[in-house]
Design a protein around this ligand. Structure first.
Ligand code: C5P
Ligand code: C5P
Ligand code: ZN
Length: 506
């Protein structure tokens, strides 16, 4: 047995106790189980897995999709549960609020039973090596499952949907066939960060299962943006530096034309990687390997490693539809969640290919438009500002709070060279309650490796600014909310904590 399966087995053995706790307590309630889940792709995938699993057991349930499990949301949940006495399940959030939940739900001696299936750093835990994890593990069993208890990294090795998948499997072995949904969640949380965009840790075990069941096939593809004009995708790739082509889309276009690839689509637009045939892709791959071998003094195998990525194909979906490619499926769910149509996303992940899917496809067009509009606005107006150790921007009237996180992620992964990857980026947007901003922090993996941990930055900066809001997440991605008049102070404190983190690692 290897290390990953050992850890999985340990978690599964605990999940069996979680299952007993769930079954015993839910039976006492006489009400449907109430699932609360996060609105992003991972949260909706988590909800879909739980929904399928409970449906298969004939356990009635209802589901609520939330932007975040904030104190105010917890209050509302408490009020409702006092009336209806449901058993509660929190998925893809809950760990970051576990103290808050236990305080609120164990009131007055009449405790409400609930479980947390999450992968975020638990409340008050700084990082994966924090000693407090052991205590929390002991104190919160059997109702709290979190990968960090098992020395599994919740930011890279398993997502919320993955944790729900293991729980579902423990409920009933049949549920192992939900493996693709778990991977849709993981890819949504950008957890395919191994070599050639592979999955690591528990995600790799889930992938093996999905392959064994013949649901997923891995194909090789070129590691360029699939949707930008190909010459730009090559010129602005951050994965491969090709002297003469990098930074120069005109030269890249000439290079492509020389290969004999017709670069215009019937509508006159330059082709994207997605538009190329298999043959054309093969031709391009060999040409780039040859070019790079000549221009750079590195082995073809090294080049191949950077040039080729895995694409995950869902074999049972219609070829050419959004649902055929794991990453695009996940993007569709994200678009549902972030346009206040999370339930469509859950329905699609649970198998709906009719009404929900049709509606979601229309949504997707609007969603993509608002993303493009936001990105263009940022670049055209030089919106991003810098402090010594961080950079930040305000979404103004253009970027809605629901997509500020997505936009901030996209900026950090931007390949055009316009974004500084050396400093964490904080985006903030107006919220419906007017006096606060929603904040989304993102850090490129290269600085996470240097010791940047945004979950800690957000939590420390909240404390230093005397703010009570909950916040946190993962080292590369974390969020919170901040009163408008405290924002400057909060950002200064983020700057300070980042500085400390960089010095600590030296
Ligand atoms: O709450 P949850 O864990 O599901 O969300 C993680 C968020 O962090 C996602 O929105 C994902 O896109 C983002 N992320 C990121 N960069 C990473 C890892 C995650 O922007 N390296
Ligand atoms: O909201 P946003 O996409 O910026 O969140 C980034 C990450 O931080 C997500 O994993 C989210 O679940 C987490 N987060 C959190 N607590 C908050 C806000 C965000 O754990 N209050
Ligand atoms: Zn997640």
């Amino acid at each position: 047995m290897n290390e990953i399966t050992d850890k999985a087995d340990q978690m599964i053995s605990d999940l069996k106790k979680t299952k007993e706790f769930f079954l015993q307590n839910y039976k006492k309630t006489n009400s449907p189980v109430s699932i609360f889940t996060h609105l992003d792709s991972d949260g909706l995938s988590s909800g879909a897995i739980l929904g399928k699993a409970l449906y298969n057991e004939n356990i009635p349930f209802q589901m609520t999709i939330l932007k975040q499990l904030e104190i105010i949301e917890i209050k509302k949940i408490v009020e409702k549960v006092e009336e209806f006495h449901n058993f509660l399940i929190f998925s893809d959030f809950g760990s970051g609020q576990y103290l808050e939940l236990s305080k609120s739900l164990n009131n007055n001696g009449s405790s409400t039973p609930y479980i947390i299936l999450d992968h975020h750093l638990p409340q008050e835990v700084t990082d994966k090596n924090d000693e407090r994890l052991k205590e929390i593990y002991k104190d919160t069993a059997p109702w709290h499952i979190n990968p960090y208890f098992y020395n599994i990294d919740g930011s890279t090795e398993v997502s919320g949907a993955g944790i729900c998948y293991y729980f579902a499997q423990v409920l009933n072995k049949e549920n192992e066939k939900l493996a693709p949904i778990a991977l849709i969640g993981a890819i949504g949380d950008i957890q395919n960060k191994g070599v050639n965009n592979s999955f690591i840790g528990l995600n790799s075990l889930i992938l093996e299962k999905a392959k064994d069941l013949d649901y997923i096939e891995i194909t090789n593809d070129l590691n360029f943006s699939a949707i930008k004009p190909l010459n730009e995708a090559i010129a602005y790739s951050s994965n491969l530096n090709l002297p003469g082509l990098s930074g120069n889309p005109n030269k890249a276009l000439k290079f492509l034309l020389k290969l004999g690839i017709i670069m215009e689509n019937s509508d006159g637009k330059i082709k994207t990687l997605n538009d190329l045939s298999k043959e054309e892709k093969k031709k391009l791959t060999s040409a780039i390997i040859e070019y790079a071998t000549l221009k750079l003094d590195i082995e073809p195998s090294e080049i191949y490693k950077n040039l080729i990525i895995n694409r995950y194909i869902l074999k049972n979906e219609i070829v050419g539809s959004e649902l055929h490619d794991l990453s695009e499926f996940s993007n569709l769910l994200n678009s549902c969640g972030r346009t206040n149509s999370g339930s469509l996303g859950v329905a699609i992940a649970m198998g709906d290919r009719r009404l929900a899917y049709q509606k979601a496809k229309n949504n997707l067009i609007e969603y993509k438009k608002s993303i493009m509009k936001s990105l263009n606005w940022i670049f055209e107006n030089n919106i991003i500002q810098e402090k010594e150790y961080i950079q930040y921007f305000f979404g103004g009237d253009v970027i809605h709070e629901n997509i500020i996180g997505t936009i901030t992620s996209m900026l950090v992964f931007d390949e055009s060279g316009k974004i500084n990857k050396k400093k964490p980026l904080f985006g903030y947007a107006k919220r419906e309650e007017k006096k606060v901003y929603k904040i989304s922090g993102r850090a490129h993996e290269s600085i996470v490796d240097k010791g940047i941990n945004l979950s800690e930055v957000i939590r420390e900066a909240l404390k230093l600014s005397d703010l009570e809001a909950l916040g946190g997440g993962h080292p590369p991605a974390a969020g919170t909310k901040v009163p408008i008049d405290k924002l400057e102070n909060f950002l200064d404190n983020c700057n300070l904590v980042v500085k400390k983190q960089l010095e600590r690692k030296k």
